[in-house]
Design a protein around this ligand. Structure first.
Ligand SMILES: [Zn+2]
Ligand SMILES: [Zn+2]
Ligand SMILES: [Zn+2]
Length: 206
């Protein structure tokens, strides 16, 4: 099963005013059907509910008018890979954004948070350790694509992790179900996705 349903909710906090992004993944809704998003100051910013028909309801506390605004999305709409502004219904001013996440490191951190206790993965602890290792390599600049890009997208499967270059679509699969898989990753000094060089891209191979 593929779980590449993901998005990012960026919202300004009605209490402290900081604009922060939260990673939202379909697996955030496994088990319970609601996800609450809090600012680092402790203020609750928003809730997302999944209804029985796989529609999603986003209720956010507006930083402009301080009231709750409620939006509804179909399963297809909420995970759509384009940024959508979130506006105050009263004032028409933008208070946030729903859309794709490009920052690998921030994303891995959020995945790690949401993965605790999740039963999607064959071996959740191992996946977490492998993601941790990938994050370490990404921070050191040692996780990149042959095309030169460091914009790497992560797709999670029950037993493996797929890394996809956002520039050239080069892909690398990393097994993530057995202890050897972690040992394999731990031994690596870098991870290079088998992408396309700038020349190949220019040559119209893509
Ligand atoms: Zn805050
Ligand atoms: Zn408002
Ligand atoms: Zn690439």
């Amino acid at each position: 099963m593929l779980i590449n349903k993901e998005t990012t909710l960026s919202l300004r906090c009605p209490a402290c005013g900081i604009l922060m992004a939260d990673y939202v993944h379909a697996f955030s809704f496994s088990g319970n059907r609601q996800m609450d998003l809090e600012c680092s100051c402790g203020q609750k910013k928003a809730s997302i509910f999944r209804e029985d028909n796989d529609n999603y309801i986003l209720a956010f506390l507006c930083a402009i008018c301080e009231q709750e605004h409620i939006l509804s999305y179909s399963d297809e709409e909420i995970w759509r890979n384009i940024p959508r502004p979130l506006k105050c219904r009263e004032a028409g001013i933008q208070v946030g954004k729903l859309g794709p996440q490009k920052d690998l490191i921030g994303k891995l951190e959020t995945i790690a948070e949401h993965m605790q206790g999740d039963d999607f993965f064959i071996n959740p602890g191992l996946v977490l350790n492998i993601l941790d290792r990938l994050q370490g390599l990404a921070i050191e600049g040692k996780l990149f694509c042959y095309c030169g890009s460091q914009e790497v997208h992560v797709d999670l499967f029950a037993d493996r992790i797929k890394l996809i270059c956002q520039d050239c679509a080069g892909e690398l699969l990393i097994a993530a179900s057995r202890e050897e898989d972690l040992e394999n990753i731990t031994r690596r000094n870098d991870i290079v996705l088998p992408g396309y060089s700038a020349e190949e891209k220019r040559g119209g191979r893509l």
